[in-house]
Structures are given as structure tokens and as C-alpha cells.
Write a protein that binds this ligand. Structure first.
Ligand SMILES: [Ca+2]
Length: 346
């Protein structure tokens, strides 16, 4: 049964979202963040990191925004250890091609769990440790979860398997949730053709990280699992869904398996089909939009940056891509806005 559980934002009224990511291990989180940066329908308010060295992951996020030439949203480092006690998978290549990573600043004084709890729409693309903790806070106002995770063909999937106890809290919460499982995301490939010619500082960062990941995986392509979830949020009309209830097997044989029971009144939706060619095109087009914008901003803004703090909001319209941007106050108290070279971190 085809149902439509998502309503897309628009460039005029973008959907405010918080991303929760294990960026740096599989390269697809970097690609997903680039897709968001090229999606005027989405207004990224918060990026939280999860699983393992979340401070390092937060610095990767900060570097992404610096290279994109975009003012950063809230960037917060979340929980490192899994609720289930399962050991973190940490290949060791995280951020290895990114220069000046240690110098990248993020919002280290904030509580990522509370920032996620304060977000109406959260987009988890990693293990669900932070999201489970956010749901358990009295302040939780999460009204919708749109995620990549699970497998609905009897296998287990990394984001769920890595913290089954957190996944169990999320699914039992009955918060409306839409997920795309790995049996669906595996239908898309990101290859040399998609990587070719990405422009600007953001394109260079992505090219280096994607090739490093291909080398690690000993193949010349990767699966853009997380970007599929972002496109699902931005262009839900490309997807088919079924409504029901998801549960997760927490222990014993089959631990980590996600089960789906169709139910017209259930709180969850899974993707049952999508237009592979159209979604692939959307992923590439949005990444290219973000990369080309980074090239234009670099050309306009060659000066070194000043670290600044968050200020009020303004709106910048550039080349048809309407970007919600933050005006900022520099360390000297001067207000900085988009187009001021001092905004752009190097
Ligand atoms: Ca991920």
C-alpha cells in the first residue's frame, strides 16, 4: 500500500531539521550533509554527532561548513558510548584526509541530547544513542523522526545493530517515524561518474574523503545510504511507503534484526519502493549545487576568517538557491553577515 507520511518543505518555507550523524566512518554521512546544503527545502538548525569520538566528528562537520562557505548551525558533540554496551566500530580513517581538523571549532559547551530533544524534526543517520536519550528527557518535543536504518529483509543493519537498546527505545516511543532500510538504499551507487567534477573547496573535501573511503573498502564506488534518507525528506513524492510498527530484536539469535508489522494505525512508515534513477539524480544535483556555491563563495571571499558567535537570522538568495543564513557577531563585537569575508573560515 502506498502512503505518503511526509510533507516536504519549500524554498519559501523550509523544514527546520536537526541532523544526528556518525559522520567520518562511512563517507555517506558527508555526502548526506552536502545534499542538505544543496536543498533549499531544508533548514538545518542543529547537527549533533554520535558514536565514538563525537568531538572529532563535530570538527568534521565544522570543516564541512567552513569549506562550503556557509555559516554553521549549532554543532554539538553527543554520546560516545552505546547504550547496549556494544563496542564502537572505529576504522581509524575518520577525517584522515581533512587538513586543519583539530583547529575546527564547534559548540562544545552545549548538551547535544537537549538540543536534539528541543527539535521537532530529527534526522538520525547513525546509531540511535542520542535520540533515545533525547526521547527520555522531560523536555523532549521531538514530533517526527526521519531516518536511515534497519533492514526489512531479515538481515541486520549497522545503525540498529550498533545500539539495539537505543533503537528499542526509539521504536517503542511511538513517535511518528519514517525510515529507509538498507535493502532499499543498496539500490543506489555513487561512482566515479557522480564524483567527477565536484567544484570548489567543498568538492575537494568530498573528493578526498570519498576516494579515501573507496580505498578502505577496496572498491571504486559506495552506497549513499544516508543521502537517500535526506532526499526522502526533501522529495518524498519519489518514494513509496507502508505504515505499521517496527520492533527490534535486542538479544540472542537475530539480535539487531528489525521486524515490520503492517498496521494502518501504526506509528511507523518504511520505504517499500522508490524511483532509483530520480533519487540518484537528486543526490548528485544537490551535492553539485552545494559544491558550486562553495566555489562562488571562495572566489568572493579569499580572506582568512574570524571565529564568530551566533547572532540573529537573515536570508540570502543566491542563484536560485535560497539559503537561510545566520548573521553573526565577531569576537570584536562587530556584526558579520553573509558576504563579509571575515565570516568564512579557512
Ligand atoms: Ca551514517
Amino acid at each position: 500500500m502506498m502512503r505518503q507520511p511526509l510533507t516536504a518543505g519549500t524554498a519559501d518555507a523550509p523544514l527546520e531539521v536537526a541532523l544526528d550523524t556518525d559522520i567520518g566512518s562511512d563517507v555517506d554521512d558527508l555526502l548526506a550533509l552536502a545534499v542538505i546544503l544543496g536543498s533549499p527545502e531544508l533548514d538545518l538548525k542543529t547537527v549533533a554527532t554520535v558514536y565514538g569520538d563525537t568531538a572529532l566528528r563535530a570538527r568534521i562537520v565544522a570543516k564541512m561548513f567552513a569549506e562550503a562557505g556557509r555559516p554553521a548551525p549549532l554543532i554539538v558533540a553527543g554520546l560516545s558510548d552505546t547504550r547496549s554496551g556494544r563496542e564502537v566500530w572505529w576504522p581509524g580513517h575518520e577525517g584522515s584526509t581533512i587538513v586543519d581538523l583539530a583547529a575546527q571549532a564547534y559548540d562544545a559547551d552545549r548538551d547535544a541530547v537537549l538540543d536534539l530533544a528541543a527539535s521537532a524534526s530529527v534526522v538520525p543517520i547513525g546509531p540511535l544513542t542520542n535520540i533515545a536519550a533525547a526521547i527520555e528527557t522531560p523536555e523532549c518535543r521531538i514530533a517526527r523522526i526521519v531516518m536511515m536504518g534497519g533492514a526489512f529483509d531479515g538481515r541486520t543493519e549497522h545503525n540498529i545493530r550498533s545500539d539495539v537498546d537505543a533503537a528499542d527505545v526509539v521504536f517503542r516511543s511511538a513517535i511518528p517515524l519514517v525510515t529507509v532500510g538498507i535493502e532499499q538504499t543498496e539500490r543506489v551507487r555513487f561512482t566515479e561518474a557522480e564524483l567527477d567534477g565536484l567544484a570548489g573547496p567543498l568538492g575537494s573535501l568530498l573528493d578526498g574523503e570519498v576516494r579515501r573511503y573507496w580505498s578502505f573498502a577496496e572498491q571504486e564506488w559506495n552506497t549513499p545510504h544516508d543521502p537517500v534518507a535526506v532526499v526522502m525528506l526533501a522529495s518524498p513524492e519519489l518514494f513509496g511507503f507502508e505504515r505499521g510498527t517496527i520492533t527490534v530484536v535486542r538479544g540472542g539469535e537475530g539480535a539487531g534484526v528489525t521486524r515490520f508489522e503492517p498496521d494502518p494505525a501504526g506509528p511507523h512508515h518504511i520505504v517499500t519502493d522508490f524511483d532509483v534513477d530520480a533519487v540518484s539524480r537528486e543526490i548528485v544535483a544537490r551535492i553539485r549545487t552545494a559544491c558550486e556555491a562553495s566555489a562562488r563563495r571562495r572566489d568572493r571571499s579569499p580572506s582568512p576568517a574570524t571565529r564568530s558567535s551566533r547572532g540573529r537570522r537573515s536570508v540570502d538568495v543566491e542563484d536560485g538557491l535560497e539559503c537561510a543564513v545566520l548573521a553573526r557577531v565577531g569576537e570584536d563585537g562587530r556584526q558579520l553577515v553573509e558576504g563579509d569575508p571575515a565570516v568564512h573560515q579557512q
